[in-house]
Design a binder for this molecule. Structure first.
Ligand code: ADP
Ligand code: ADP
Ligand code: ZN
Length: 216
């Protein structure tokens, strides 16, 4: 199963990808998380990427395609993977198609999580992320058991550099401009499925599972 989870920032891509990963036991590839991990580990690529990320801009296609190419070269992604937040531009989608074609394969489904801007602002304003394992929380909708501490690994929770009001506004503009055109791209290929993201975590997940079960 090779799937792509799309949607505007804050739609729930990361949360739902984590559920799919756990349930189906397939790796999830989040470019945003890979950049944050690289930054937190003081790696050059992370420091370079954060210059774009903290202002709400997209990281260059060149850097992003390269980080995905390296990840897709690892054996665990040979049969199945979930891509979360990649591609975000038509150029990235074309690069991904090439990478998959080289291996004689293609995407099975593209799941787009829909949400209104009001909901997205509220989601990102109170989002918290674990510095160690990347698990995501929400102060209102998914609070950790102990304030500031990750339920999964005990790591410290922090607010992302790019979850400020200004940066969220910018990311939504960029989404409309650069990423939304991808929906057309995948619609034409007949691989696009829409899911309503303005429901509880569990109900969004149920709708995704309906799509996935239908594939097999
Ligand atoms: P994305 O990866 O698309 O940016 P996340 O999965 O990080 O989105 O979710 C954004 C924030 O909204 C997080 O704080 C998450 O806990 C919360 N969230 C995600 N899905 C839901 C939902 N269905 N209901 C309520 N809160 C949600
Ligand atoms: P969100 O969906 O909430 O924006 P992500 O963790 O997916 O969160 O991405 C965070 C940031 O990382 C993005 O705003 C962007 O700067 C960068 N990024 C992630 N994926 C890509 C990508 N495919 N292309 C370019 N930049 C990316
Ligand atoms: Zn953790």
């Amino acid at each position: 199963m090779k799937i792509l989870v799309m949607g505007p920032p804050g739609a729930g891509k990361g949360s739902q990808s984590a559920k799919i990963m756990e349930h189906y036991d397939i790796p999830s590839i989040s470019t945003g998380q890979m950049f944050r991990d690289a930054y937190n580990n003081n790696e050059k690529i992370g420091i370079e990427a954060m210059k774009y990320i903290e202002n709400g801009n997209l990281v260059s296609d060149e850097i992003t395609n390269e980080i995905v190419r390296l990840r897709l070269n690892k054996e665990d992604t040979l049969d199945s993977f979930i891509l979360d937040g990649y591609p975000r531009t038509v150029a990235q989608a074309e690069a991904l198609d090439d990478m998959l074609e080289e291996r004689g394969t293609k995407l099975d489904a593209v799941i787009n999580i829909l949400s209104s801007h009001d909901v997205l602002f509220e989601r990102m304003e109170k989002r918290r992320v674990c510095k160690d394992c990347g698990a995501t929380y929400h102060l209102k909708f998914k609070p950790p058991v102990k304030e500031g501490v990750c339920d999964v690994c005990g790591g410290e929770l922090y607010q992302r550099q790019d979850d400020t009001f200004e940066s969220v506004k910018r990311r939504l503009e960029i989404y409309e401009d650069k990423t939304k055109p991808l929906l057309d791209y995948y619609e034409k290929k007949g691989t696009l499925y829409q899911v309503n993201g303005m429901q509880s975590f569990d109900n969004v997940y149920k709708d995704i599972v309906l799509v996935l079960e239908d594939l097999s």
